[in-house]
Write a protein that binds this ligand. Structure first.
Ligand code: COA
Length: 254
């Protein structure tokens, strides 16, 4: 089981659990998470969602091998089902981030309500260097959150940034020693689960009234560009270079 889900007193916890591959996310894992979120949306005994990984790794993002060999073929592919469920979730979402959060590991946080990070958390958005474009409406949400210039730096260069930097621009709520993060996030999720659920969901809905339609629209545009780019020579070169543990050479891949 590469995704582990369990319920505890109103909280549905979804854990990335594929440590041998740094929790890289395959189509099967996206489908499991999309199904868990869809079921959680309907279940009366789920009031809050909590995402977590392992103490040393949140997730290395999309599984590049799976993406190369089984690229998402259409709008209903598991990754897009997951993004739809995530971005349209009415119930509050909490995340506990320890270690690297690469690609979707960072962009999914833009759809969480409360994000707690360990001092070992490292965020990165290496889409361009992989020959891809941002997903999860991050091309819309990141510039809105941190301004165009800072977003350009993170999205163009894909260099990782620290938990403190993420705290500084409002991507995370609190940074703490890595060993404390999961317990703290679970306690916060528990507090949310004890609040009046309808009022909480209505508040989340109100907070997102303006941006929700823009997110859906941007995800569709990004998704179509992303699918095109996955089969581009640039992406093929970048992915091969990762697995061959060498520097990519884009001079001949246009
Ligand atoms: N897709 C597929 N496999 C991945 C992966 C990914 N995104 N990330 C890591 N792995 C695999 C590695 O190939 C390696 O497999 P192997 O043991 O069979 O050789 C294993 O996981 C361990 O990875 P490794 O790179 O040795 O771990 P690390 O601790 O040195 O570095 C990361 C961890 C997350 C910083 C690094 O693995 C990384 O940068 N991964 C790629 C991230 C990425 O580009 N994601 C796509 C975003 S769209």
């Amino acid at each position: 089981m590469d995704i582990i889900t369990f319920k505890d007193k109103g909280v549905l916890q979804i854990d990335f659990a594929r440590p041998a591959k740094k929790n890289a996310i395959t189509a099967g894992m996206y489908q499991d998470m999309a199904d868990a979120l869809a079921e959680g949306a309907k279940a009366a005994d789920v009031r809050v969602i909590l995402f977590a990984g392992q103490p040393e790794i949140f997730t290395a993002g999309n599984d590049l091998d799976d993406f190369l060999n089984h690229p998402p073929s259409g709008e209903r592919s598991p990754v897009f089902q997951f993004l739809e469920q995530l971005s349209q979730a009415e119930k509050p979402i909490v995340a506990a981030v320890r270690g690297p959060a690469v690609g979707i590991g960072t962009t999914l946080l833009l759809h969480c309500d409360l994000v707690y990070a360990g001092d070992n958390a490292k965020f990165s958005l290496p889409f361009v260097s992989l020959g891809l474009v941002p997903e999860a409406a991050s091309s819309l949400l990141l510039p809105r959150m941190i301004g165009h210039a800072k977003a350009a730096e993170k999205l163009f260069f894909g260099q990782s940034f620290s938990a403190d930097e993420a705290l500084g621009f409002g991507l995370v709520n609190k940074v703490m020693p890595a060993r404390d993060v999961l317990e703290f996030a679970q306690a916060q999720a528990q507090k949310l689960a004890e609040l009046p659920s309808d009022a909480l969901m209505a508040t989340k809905r109100l907070m997102k009234t303006e941006v929700a339609p823009l997110i859906a629209e941007r995800m569709a545009i990004e998704g179509s560009e992303f699918r095109k780019r996955l089969s581009s020579p640039e992406a093929k070169e970048a992915f091969s270079a990762f697995f061959e543990k060498r520097k990519p050479d884009f001079s001949r891949s246009r």
